[in-house]
Design a protein around this ligand. Structure first.
Ligand code: AHR
Length: 474
């Protein structure tokens, strides 16, 4: 036996909120336009009310409990009135160094309808960078008021009599950078004004503050001391940028990416302590609003060295990225009492996307399969498990696991060594995701990487190939 897992259900971490399996869609590259929205008049791509049918079905099945929109950096240029009613304004779509024509055919009604189609809770990111308090208050009123105000009547005239009842509202995005170059104190002061005014319009909404790194968080949170009644979620972003090119990488790169995914935990723990210091009584959740692998070939803007050409922010999704995702979810489950949401960046075609499209072609990435294998954990109770193993990587134990009332997911991080693993308990089914670390799916080979059923021995043992993940379902 190379690894023995002990389950400790009496040592709970907490509830794995469906919001930890959230996603993020920005008007960037071919994510929202083309990836999700092809328009109601499109005759080439099969669609449901203008949204790609293949994407809608795959997202429902994944599933997609939460979706944040319209940015990202795009949010701080977005004016919601451009995207309602029969006449839509054509604007410059601005995000991450790109300027594209944006015809606003995908607006508030379309996005919220899309959320219904895929079964996602909507999360709207508001514009602080180039907007106003009034503009954001009006968006809340337009979406949520039950009363026949002018905005309420306008919503009804545009086809939605009932309130949309959007609960999650962000006040800006990365306001330390693309969202207006604020310093933390100025942002926090602005936030105090925005959040109070927005909650006057709808006291039931949940508000998200923009966080950043240690220094920003300390200063921003200090300025919010005494005002945390208006804070429900504190947003941080974590992109995993180490580990070389997406499909070409060395052994050192391979392990560097997994290690970086794991280090997300330190940042969550540190941020949690700062939040508790300013808000010892009221629980403020950490919203890991954007997370995922961001390879250099898709980095024309953003963290670290950037590519020379402004591309479309797409990168191949490989088995290694799925392994990093598995490591990430071990962290998210362990930290489920601190995290209130986690949104993968981004949902289709851009960065660490679970779904890719090209014209009429559609395929899912290894990360999609990994997320689908995680379904039993969504809404379950997470608890501690111990792994005793003889196999190690340069960073530590090669075999790691996460356990919930829904099942157990075990990862073999080793690049070359297989492991015989023992897990106690009985399971209704088990699945294995195994492929070369650089393996990917494509339009020509959509099933190159996909899960296969895994057979457990009567003693609960199974072989876990190198760089693979298995989920045992209760
Ligand atoms: O996801 C791409 C960009 O990364 C987002 O627009 C921004 O919030 C972050 O820097």
């Amino acid at each position: 036996m190379d690894a023995v897992i002990t389950l400790l259900p009496d040592e709970p971490y907490g509830h794995v909120s469906p919001r930890l399996y959230g996603h993020f869609a920005e008007h960037l590259g071919r994510c929202c336009y083309d990836g999700l929205w092809v328009g109601r008049d499109n005759v080439e791509v099969e669609h449901v009310d203008g949204f790609r049918k293949d994407v809608v079905e795959a997202l429902r099945a994944m599933p997609t409990p939460l979706l944040r929109w319209p940015g990202g950096c795009y949010a701080d240029h977005y004016h919601w009135r451009d995207g309602i009613g029969p006449e839509r304004a054509v604007r410059l779509g601005l995000s991450c160094g790109r300027q594209v024509l944006d015809d606003n055919t995908l607006g508030t009604h379309e996005f919220l309808h899309f959320c219904q189609l895929i079964g996602a809770e909507p999360y709207l990111a508001g514009n602080m960078g180039s907007g106003s308090v009034q503009e954001l208050c009006d968006w809340v009123e337009y979406c949520n008021t039950k009363l026949p105000t002018t905005l309420g009547k306008e919503r009804a005239a545009n086809g939605h009599t009932r309130p949309f009842d959007v609960k999650l509202w962000g006040v800006g995005n990365e306001n330390w950078g693309c969202g207006g170059n604020y310093d933390p104190e100025s942002y926090a002061l602005e936030y105090r004004r925005y959040s109070m005014m927005m909650q006057h319009v709808d006291p039931s909404i949940e508000m998200v503050v923009c966080g950043h790194d240690r220094t920003w968080n300390q200063r921003c949170l200090e300025k919010l001391r005494g005002y945390t009644g208006f804070v429900d979620h504190y947003s941080i972003h974590r992109y995993w940028i180490e580990g070389g090119h997406g499909t070409e990488f060395s052994e050192t790169d391979y392990y560097a990416l997994l290690a970086e995914a794991e280090r997300t935990e330190e940042f969550i723990v540190e941020t949690r302590a700062m939040i508790e210091d300013v808000s010892p009584k009221k629980r403020i959740g950490i919203a890991l609003d954007e997370w995922g692998v961001w390879h250099p070939e898709a980095r024309t803007w953003g963290p670290g060295p950037v590519a020379e050409e402004i591309g479309d922010y797409s990168q191949a999704g490989t088995m290694r990225d799925a392994l990093a995702t598995a490591v990430g979810f071990e962290v998210f489950h362990r930290q489920c009492a601190s995290l209130s949401m986690a949104n993968l960046a981004q949902i289709v075609n851009v960065l660490h996307a679970p779904i890719m499209t090209e014209g009429t072609a559609f395929w899912v990435t290894p990360t999609y399969h990994l997320l689908r294998m995680h379904r039993p954990h969504i809404g379950a109770q997470a608890y501690r498990c111990e792994v005793e193993t003889t196999i190690s990587t340069p960073q530590g134990a090669a075999i790691s696991a996460t356990a919930t009332s829904g099942g157990v997911t075990v990862t073999n991080r080793h690049l070359t060594q297989a492991a015989v693993v023992q897990v106690p308990g009985s399971y209704s089914e088990a699945w294995l995701l195994s492929a070369e670390p650089s393996a990917q799916n494509s339009a020509a080979h959509p099933d190159n990487v996909s899960p296969t059923p895994l057979k457990l021995s009567v003693e609960g043992t199974f072989e876990l190939p190198p760089h693979s993940v298995a989920t045992l379902v209760r």
